[in-house]
Design a protein around this ligand. Structure first.
Ligand SMILES: [Zn+2]
Length: 430
């Protein structure tokens, strides 16, 4: 098993837009009569506090990451300009049903690789799509196998080359006679009843062995399969042989017997999308020290360390990762699976997902010139401003902004309060 198998723990669960803080507005207004109901209430309170803290941590990390990308790659790049450019004349601070506040009305970069807030939205959406396809396939009697393949790597190897090898090796596996067969021989596709694949690229970095690229592949089969079937082991052996040969031909390296190829059957589709799409790359902050001291880190853990600890090596790794990942797809779904199990709603591109209008009631408007000034000069205030709106309200937000930008005013004459630049009267111009 690869280290990536440990990433699915509760600490690393994704931010689900509808679950964060969902327990805060308790419906237990009547006093619970039983002791067990009483403990449920206190348990809910503690969950709420933890969730609140996680939301705050995620928000701080997200805005700090955007700021770091801005300074590292420049405002002229897409990732360096995420959430800095207002679309209209105002930014709206909106509160969703679950009580969290977000800033709406900003251009988002839509990078699934390099931008934690955009990646979270995209991966969440993709996970939902994968869950839907997996469920639609398993229910009427299809089979699913979850395959992970990796290759040997050393500290000196650069990521772009390793990424190329993984992509090339996989595309060679599922082409040609061995896979499709010909007039005289049956290929693996027909032999095992392979319907299609969902493939996700995953990556960690170890201080001793360097970049560790691996592929998670969900294999869709036309009949049910479990580890009790001989065919499962034959399928695994076929992929092991093909992967080992391809990697051998491309790199001259020998794939590890135990860790190189791992397979397991999927009996229950729920949660498989979350696992495949690795939403949990959005890390829990508490993991940082542990990961740094003992082992492999995800790219976002490297980014977090680069922001917090300012170690030049972490910055170098982050820059290498961003440049190597540019233009590459992280999750691919074969065409026939898209046709067999079309998404419940219209399929969106990464950029469309990141820029989709977020629901919520607008509580405060911040004029675009005020926002741009904050984003350029005081970017660290943004997370604080949104948290202040969430926990204390618009007056507190104005206090924070006005402390730095004395030329702003709080206009409460309209339906929705607004923070805007002070209009000087003509007599004050002189
Ligand atoms: Zn972004």
């Amino acid at each position: 098993m690869t280290s990536s198998y440990n990433l699915g723990g509760a600490e690393a669960q994704p931010k689900h837009p509808n679950t964060t803080l969902s327990l805060s507005s308790s419906s237990h207004t009547t006093s619970p009569s039983s002791a067990s109901a009483g403990s449920l209430v206190s348990n809910q309170t503690s969950i709420t506090t933890t969730q609140k803290q996680r939301t705050e941590q995620r928000r701080c990390f997200g805005w700090a990451a955007r700021n770091y990308n801005h300074h590292t790659f420049g405002g002229h790049t897409r990732i360096g300009n995420c959430a800095r450019r207002p679309i209209g004349s105002n930014i709206a601070l909106k509160r969703t049903e679950n009580g969290t506040v977000h800033a709406s009305g900003l251009m988002q970069c839509g990078s699934v690789h390099a931008c934690p807030p955009c990646a979270a939205k995209i991966r969440y959406q993709r996970a939902t799509e994968i869950d839907h396809k997996a469920k639609a396939h398993l229910e009427p009697g299809g089979g699913l196998v979850f395959l992970t393949v990796t290759l040997p790597h050393t500290l000196s190897e650069n990521l772009a080359d390793l990424w190329d090898v993984v992509a090339k090796a996989w595309s060679q596996i599922i082409t040609g006679k061995a896979y499709y067969g010909n007039k005289t021989t049956t290929g693996a596709k027909e032999e095992f009843g392979i319907v299609g694949f969902i493939r996700a690229f995953d990556l960690t970095h170890s201080p001793t062995t360097g970049w560790h690229p691996h592929l998670h592949v969900l294999i869709f089969l036309n009949k049910p399969i479990t580890e009790l079937d001989d065919e499962f082991w034959e399928l695994k052996a076929w992929f092991r042989h093909r992967w080992t040969t391809r990697i051998g031909n491309l790199t001259g390296k020998t794939v590890h017997d135990t860790f190189g190829v791992h397979a397991e059957s999927v009996k229950n589709a729920s949660g498989v999308g979350t696992y495949v799409s690795k939403i949990n790359m959005e890390l829990a902050r508490s993991d940082l020290k542990k990961a740094r001291a003992y082992g492999s880190r995800t790219p976002f853990q490297i980014l977090e360390a680069a922001i917090d600890l300012r170690h030049p090596n972490d910055r170098r790794l982050w820059v290498e990762y961003v440049s190597a990942s540019k233009g590459r797809q992280i999750i691919t779904i074969t065409k026939n699976l898209k046709q067999m199990y079309p998404p419940e709603e219209v399929e969106q591109s990464d950029e469309e997902i990141a820029n989709a209008k977020q629901e919520g009631d607008t509580e405060l408007l911040i004029n675009r010139s005020v926002w741009r000034h904050i984003a350029d000069r005081h970017p660290k205030l943004i997370a604080q401003i949104i948290s202040a709106q969430q926990n204390e309200g618009a007056t507190q937000v104005f206090r924070i902004i006005h402390h730095k930008l004395w030329w702003t005013v709080f206009d409460t004459t309209g339906d929705i309060p607004q923070i805007k630049p002070k209009q000087r009267k003509p007599e004050q111009w002189l």
